[in-house]
Design a protein around this ligand. Structure first.
Ligand code: HEC
Length: 289
């Protein structure tokens, strides 16, 4: 029973790990990006190492069996030599077809160039097969790129970049939370300004008055700005707050970026209106560049 339990564990291991692995790999977007997801690569490496160790143990065990058998049959170790070395030598012979020094007389050519002689070696099979493989490659290459006009790596790259750009644009369109001081634009849409007005009346009117005339906070309807005019500066002021101790707090933790953009646009839409009680202008005259 003990004999089998090890075998069962091994079989389970060999079958289950790939199953678990595909499960893991499926749940990741880029399973083989080692930097982002080291786990799949780690599992694969450990699994391969275990398999290699198993194979090695098996080979050693087989060798041991052969040795014991030889001992039983009375074969001396020299005759048996290492089966691995014999296999290796045969393999080399098969792939190089080289003649040993003793056999050179069989292939030496008749010519004798001032004592220099030449061997008529056959082409080594490893080289010949590589040559055939390159012919095959050339045919595939020719058909793919010359006949069917396949994409060169440069074209593939350009296509991939264009695709990535397009999907980025699409993402930006839907993800309005990406607005920040550098990307914010003046909104003129009726709906956006209405939303901006609602946000303003709720959060800002206490200090700036509903018509922007100003009380604790400065007048927002004139062309003079303490912290800079224009959509980008106004957005920054709302998001980051005014100078320390003046009373204008940072709103970025209270308001969503879209709402800050809308209220900033609404504030700018008040330019040139005449509030009921206008506070004296503060700051510098702002000219849009
Ligand atoms: C507690 C009172 C208070 C509230 C509420 C308040 N502000 Fe202010 N706001 C101020 C003060 C005070 C300043 C001047 C800051 C400074 O001098 O640094 C200011 C400055 C500003 C400025 C810059 C004006 C300039 O001349 O550069 C803008 C724009 C502004 N507020 C918009 C808003 C908006 C939009 C809200 C609502 C989300 C709001 N404020 C809410 C008090 C307030």
């Amino acid at each position: 029973m003990k004999k089998y339990s090890l075998a069962i564990v091994l079989v389970l291991f060999v079958f289950c790990v790939p199953l678990v692995f595909t499960e893991i790999a499926n749940s990741y977007k880029e399973p083989f990006n080692i930097l982002d997801n080291p786990l799949p690569s780690l599992v694969l490496t450990v699994f391969s190492l275990v398999l290699i160790t198993l194979a090695w143990v098996l080979v050693m065990a087989l060798k041991k069996v052969e040795l014991l058998q030889n001992e039983k049959d009375g074969v001396t170790p020299e005759v048996a030599s290492s089966s691995f070395m014999t296999w290796w030598r045969q393999l080399m012979q098969k792939w190089t077809k080289s003649k040993s020094m003793e056999q050179e007389s069989e292939i030496v050519l008749d010519h004798n160039y001032d004592g220099i002689r030449e061997l008529d070696n056959t082409l080594p099979p490893w080289w010949v097969y590589m040559f055939y493989a390159s012919i095959l490659f050339a045919i595939v290459y020719l058909v793919r790129f010359e006949v069917f006009d396949g994409d060169t790596p440069e074209m593939e790259y350009k296509k991939a970049v264009a695709e990535a750009r397009a999907s980025l644009e699409k993402y930006k369109e839907t993800a309005t939370d990406l607005i920040d001081a550098s990307t914010v634009t003046l909104l003129t849409d009726e709906k956006d300004l209405k939303r901006g007005k609602a946000v303003f009346n709720l959060n800002c009117a206490a200090c700036h008055l509903a018509d922007g005339g100003g009380s604790i906070g400065p007048n927002l309807t004139d062309e003079y700005w303490i912290l800079g005019g224009g959509i980008k500066n106004v957005y920054t002021t709302i998001s980051e707050g005014g100078r320390d101790g003046k009373g204008m707090i940072s709103w970025k933790n209270t308001l969503k970026p879209q709402d800050m953009a809308k209220v900033a646009s609404y504030v700018l839409s008040l330019q040139g209106t005449t509030p009921a009680t206008a506070k004296k202008a503060e700051g510098d005259l702002w000219k849009e560049e």
